[in-house]
Design a protein around this ligand. Structure first.
Ligand SMILES: *[C@@H]1O[C@H](CO)[C@@H](O)[C@H](O)[C@H]1NC(C)=O
Ligand SMILES: *[C@@H]1O[C@H](CO)[C@@H](O)[C@H](O)[C@H]1NC(C)=O
Ligand SMILES: *[C@@H]1O[C@H](CO)[C@@H](O)[C@H](O)[C@H]1NC(C)=O
Ligand SMILES: *[C@@H]1O[C@H](CO)[C@@H](O)[C@H](O)[C@H]1NC(C)=O
Ligand SMILES: *[C@@H]1O[C@H](CO)[C@@H](O)[C@H](O)[C@H]1NC(C)=O
Ligand SMILES: *[C@@H]1O[C@H](CO)[C@@H](O)[C@H](O)[C@H]1NC(C)=O
Ligand SMILES: *[C@@H]1O[C@H](CO)[C@@H](O)[C@H](O)[C@H]1NC(C)=O
Length: 768
């Protein structure tokens, strides 16, 4: 372990500042939910013992091939093949799988080598003709009957030749169909049943159906996740203290309140002592144990620590067809509850901590509101209904406006926008709502006026061959630092005007890329950056994220050289240090529209892999350097701390001594290296799809951010963009620390009288 760390520290120029994924953390703090989807075909792989091959529809044009461990239902391997299939069969001698392809005019059959997952050319057609298999007999289980006896479904399997009954097994009541059945027609029977709700149960019966030796369930309902939200779990043990504090606050008289507090604390001490049977020895041991000075921490304690550190969260997801489920983030993604909301074509889910309400909205404008979210039972339905949409269009996007009334700004497919509310209320603070909305052709600014009416304020319309490919508004995180302190102790002031949006447009004709920065109140263009001398690959994604006073974008350049670029743009009040142009006391009025324009510097970097998506990490107080979380085109996830992408960095030769003194200053390197330890998905095989989303959630530890990627699979992990500065390392020697403090106290206790004595003697001028 030590050598790996040493090596990576040497290899990676920021290695000393940042902790990334090491072997002792991989598979430990991160987890993955691997969904297969509805089983279209299940085949027993007779070349490998106890292995099932499951085929399922992945996207419109792809099939997912999954190898499952028949003993416990765990996924062994998955890959996609770019064909949609209607049937499949296994060729035993060569260990190949032949798919009957649909919707492809050039191919009727495709064969896959099951050992490598590679698609073999041509061979399949000959094989199909030569073999005696018929497709119908492989994917569809047959030779069985389902009978109902006393209202309960039973599975009957009879002998092929004689028609004698062999197995007669009672099925679960939720049974809807048999997905797989394999039997030796004498003693053993294995089958999988579906319940019509994407839950699949496997049974292995021996001894002629008398002994159920194995059974497992796979829940495949969390496929097609459209939106998600985080819910912070709270430690119930501080509830009593919280209650006491509110009670105390409600007491008007100071003295009564004081007596109330003293009484409570006294009771607490008395109970503590009583618990330890008034024995000082027990109190000390329990104190040492509680502070992890002795013995190992148990599971319960570890969970309490997760609660205190805000690592215990629920990731609440909704699927397109209306399922809502909670995954426990700190317990390996365990599904806590999973139920049907009753809505179809869900668009979004929003959680409001203030009212503890969860609002799920579908595209027709119907909503359900749930309350009392917890980690034990599903939330309770509080309210349901429909928004009063003025047109019969469908909702494509929702944005929550305020926390008290569950008001939403919704965008409709026909280009209109509307303000809707769950309880027909106005959002609070109506005067200050400036809203911005965009589609691929235009950006609109609105102001919210009385009666929830939206009034157009400005509009930017693009030329015919241009389109918007990325859009990001400035984050609303708190500002910690108004400037960057330079090496010579002067300050470079940041441009902190909050109402900013940046967007990227591509001209499809000459394949040039523009990145613009606008003021969302006036629509004024504040800065524009072009990449006209290079041609951009218009089919690959352009991504944009906007932090405090900077934005970062990535694009794939096609000409002159095909390469992935990532560029940072930083906005400053003034590029001269110690100069502040904007007046902090000025009341900003949209009518004046004469705010200072930012002064801008920008730097571009090469990135060694193709970037699919970008997202910013969020931390509680925004003190930690932000990390740019990057999803690569090969379904892996990595991150780059913001200080690595520094627009003011210079080449080593041009750095003055003062420049080197600046915090986190590093010389400019045109290419950003990817160290293996920064791949947070490490060896995991994630199958995400193009629409997957990166999300990030803050914890109570400022250093730590939870990062999840939500697509076909769900993957979550933790990152520490500036290292774990607020967590003691496990090897931290607390016992020595406490011991030293104790010894120092003892010494001071004995030294103090000696010193006092000496002082007294000096006063009286007595010599020792
Ligand atoms: C399948 O699961 C069983 C039980 O957990 C385990 O013993 C076996 O090694 C697994 N097989 C494979 C191929 O992983
Ligand atoms: C079914 O269970 C029996 C008894 O435990 C075991 O020997 C056999 O391998 C199992 N069959 C399959 C296909 O897992
Ligand atoms: C069922 O099969 C298992 C494994 O083959 C065996 O250990 C167990 O004793 C059997 N149970 C009964 C009731 O026969
Ligand atoms: C819905 O909106 C229309 C037009 O704004 C209005 O006439 C109608 O009363 C509203 N219905 C409800 C239930 O609010
Ligand atoms: C919001 O609008 C209502 C009436 O439409 C008005 O009475 C109220 O003063 C406004 N609130 C603010 C904060 O401007
Ligand atoms: C401090 O350093 C900055 C940038 O290196 C430079 O622009 C500025 O003039 C310096 N200020 C003083 C007082 O030396
Ligand atoms: C140093 O800066 C000068 C002027 O800004 C520039 O011309 C030169 O190329 C830079 N040298 C290096 C090594 O970057």
């Amino acid at each position: 372990m030590f050598y790996i760390r040493l090596l990576s520290a040497l290899l990676c120029f920021w290695g000393t500042f940042v902790n990334a994924v090491y072997r002792d953390e991989a598979f430990n703090v991160d987890w993955q939910l691997s969904t297969i989807g509805d089983y279209r075909c299940t085949i027993s792989d007779y070349a490998k013992e106890n292995q099932l091959i499951i085929l399922s529809d992945y996207s419109e044009i792809e099939t997912l091939v999954t190898y499952i461990n028949e003993t416990n239902g765990n996924v062994l391997l998955r890959y996609t093949v770019p064909f949609k299939m209607s049937d499949a069969m296994l060729v035993p001698d060569s260990h190949q799988l032949i798919l009957n392809v649909v919707g492809d005019s050039t191919k009727k059959y495709v064969s896959i080598d099951l050992d490598t997952g590679l698609i073999l050319d041509d061979a399949s057609n000959d094989l199909v003709q030569a073999s005696d298999f018929s497709f119908e007999s492989t994917c569809v289980a047959n030779d069985y009957k389902i009978l109902n006896k006393d209202g309960k479904p039973r599975l009957k399997v009879t002998d092929k030749t004689m028609g004698l009954p062999i197995f007669d097994i009672e099925l679960p009541e939720s049974f809807t169909d048999i997905n797989y059945l394999s039997t030796d027609y004498s003693q053993n029977l294995q089958f999988i049943v579906g319940n019509g709700d994407s839950q699949f149960t496997y049974f292995n019966y021996t001894e002629g159906g008398k002994n159920l030796t194995n059974s497992w369930v796979r829940d495949e309902s969390l496929v097609d996740i459209v939106d998600s939200t985080f819910f912070d779990l709270k430690d119930p043990s501080i509830d009593t203290i919280r209650k006491e504090l509110t009670e105390e606050r409600d007491i008007d008289d100071v003295i009564t309140a004081y007596v109330f507090r003293v009484k409570n604390n006294f009771n607490r001490i008395r109970n503590y002592l009583k618990q330890h049977q008034y024995s000082p020895g027990r109190v000390i041991t329990s104190f040492l144990k509680e502070n992890e000075l002795m013995g190992n921490i148990n599971e319960e304690k570890a969970y309490k620590r997760d609660l205190d550190f805000g690592l215990a969260k629920l990731l609440i997801v909704v699927t397109k067809n209306g399922r809502m489920a909670a995954l426990h983030v700190s317990q390996q993604g365990k599904i806590i509850w999973n139920f049907n909301t009753g809505l179809q074509n869900i668009v979004s889910i929003n959680y409001t901590p203030l009212t503890d309400e969860l609002v799920v909205i579908n595209e027709k404008g119907s909503f359900v509101v749930f309350t009392s979210i917890n980690e034990h039972i599903p939330p309770t339905l509080k309210n349901e209904g429909s928004f009063n949409l003025t047109t019969s269009s469908i909702i494509t996007k929702t944005k929550k406006l305020d926390d008290e009334h569950n008001c939403f700004f919704v965008s409709l497919e026909n280009g209109e926008n509307q303000i809707v509310s769950v309880d027909n209320m106005q959002p609070l603070n109506n005067a200050s709502y400036f809203l911005t909305n965009h589609n691929s052709k235009e950006i609109n600014g609105y102001i919210l006026s009385e009666g929830n009416k939206l009034v157009d304020t400005w509009r930017i319309t693009l030329n015919t061959n241009e389109k918007i490919v990325a859009f990001a508004s400035r984050t609303e995180d708190p500002v910690v630092n108004v400037g960057n302190v330079l090496g010579n102790r002067t300050v470079l002031y940041k441009y902190l005007y909050p109402n900013l949006v940046s967007y990227a447009t591509i001209n499809e004709e000459d394949r040039s890329l523009y990145i613009n920065l606008i003021d969302t109140i006036t629509g004024e263009l504040l800065h524009s950056q072009k990449h006209t001398n290079e041609k951009v690959d218009i089919n690959s994604p352009v991504n944009l994220v906007f932090g405090e006073n900077w934005y970062v974008y990535s694009y794939l350049s096609a000409e002159p050289i095909p390469e992935q670029r990532i560029t940072v743009v930083e906005l400053y009040d003034s590029l001269e240090s110690n100069v502040k142009k904007s007046d902090p006391n000025m009341q900003y009025s949209p009518l004046k529209g004469n705010i200072n324009k930012p002064e801008v510097i920008s730097k571009s970097y090469y990135f060694p892999e193709i970037i699919q998506d970008l997202e910013l990490s969020s931390t509680k107080f925004s003190i930690t350097s932000k990390a740019i979380i990057i999803k690569l085109a090969n379904d892996q996830i990595t991150f780059v701390p913001k200080f690595v992408l520094n627009a003011r960095s210079k080449e080593e030769a041009n750095m003055s001594d003062d420049d080197k003194k600046e915090f986190m200053a590093s010389p400019y390197m045109s290419s950003i290296p990817i160290n293996d330890n920064f791949i947070i998905s490490h060896q995991r095989e994630l199958i995400m799809g193009d629409d997957s989303k990166l999300v990030s959630s803050a914890t109570n530890l400022e250093s730590t951010t939870i990062v999840c990627e939500i697509g076909n699979d769900v993957f979550c992990s933790r990152i520490y963009p500036s290292g774990q500065f607020d967590v003691m390392s496990p090897s931290f020697e607390k016992f020595q620390l406490f011991g030293t403090i104790f010894i120092v106290i003892v010494i001071v206790y004995y030294l103090h009288p000696t010193v006092a004595n000496k002082k007294l003697k000096i006063l009286w001028m007595i010599k020792d």
